[in-house]
Design a protein around this ligand. Sequence first.
Ligand SMILES: [Zn+2]
Length: 161
Amino acid sequence: MILVSNDLSSRVLLSDDVCSSMAVHRQRRFWQPERGGLLFADRSHASRSEILISEATPPHSTDRSRRNSLEIAHKRCCEEIQDANRRGLLFVGYWHTHPEANPSLSQLDVTSFTKNLSDGDHGLTSFLAIVVGSSKSIHDGFACYLITNQQHERLSPLENG
Ligand SMILES: [Zn+2]
C-alpha cells in the first residue's frame, strides 16, 4: 500500500505484513478496546520524501486501553525505540485502532499528538499516525496522517498501490 501527500512530496510505503500486524487488532466487536503501538522505518529507506514502514509493534499489557481511548505506555515506547535503534530502525510514529469503519483522527488525537511532538524527547519534527478502522478488508480502513506542529494532513492511498 502506497500513501501520498496532496503535493506528492511525501510517500509512505506499507507492506502487507505490516498492514496485517495492525489489522489483527481491529475493533470488530463491541467489547474490544482500542489498541496500538509504534511505527518504525528502515534507516536505509527513510528520507524526507519516502518512508518504508518495516515494523508496527503490537499492543502492550501496560497500555491504558478503553473502548474509545488509548494511552500507550511511555516506558515501553522508550524501550522499543532504543531496541529498534540498535537494529538500525528509526521511530516514525504511532498506530492505533478506532471502533469505526472509516476511521479518522479525533480532535483529542490531534491535540495529544501535537503535544507529543513539542514535548517529546524523540527529536522528531513530524511523525506519522495511522488509525485502523473496523473494516474486514486488509487494505480498507487505514487512515494515515502526517503530523507536524503546524498541521495534520491525511495521506491518500495510490490506486493500484
Ligand atoms: Zn484515536
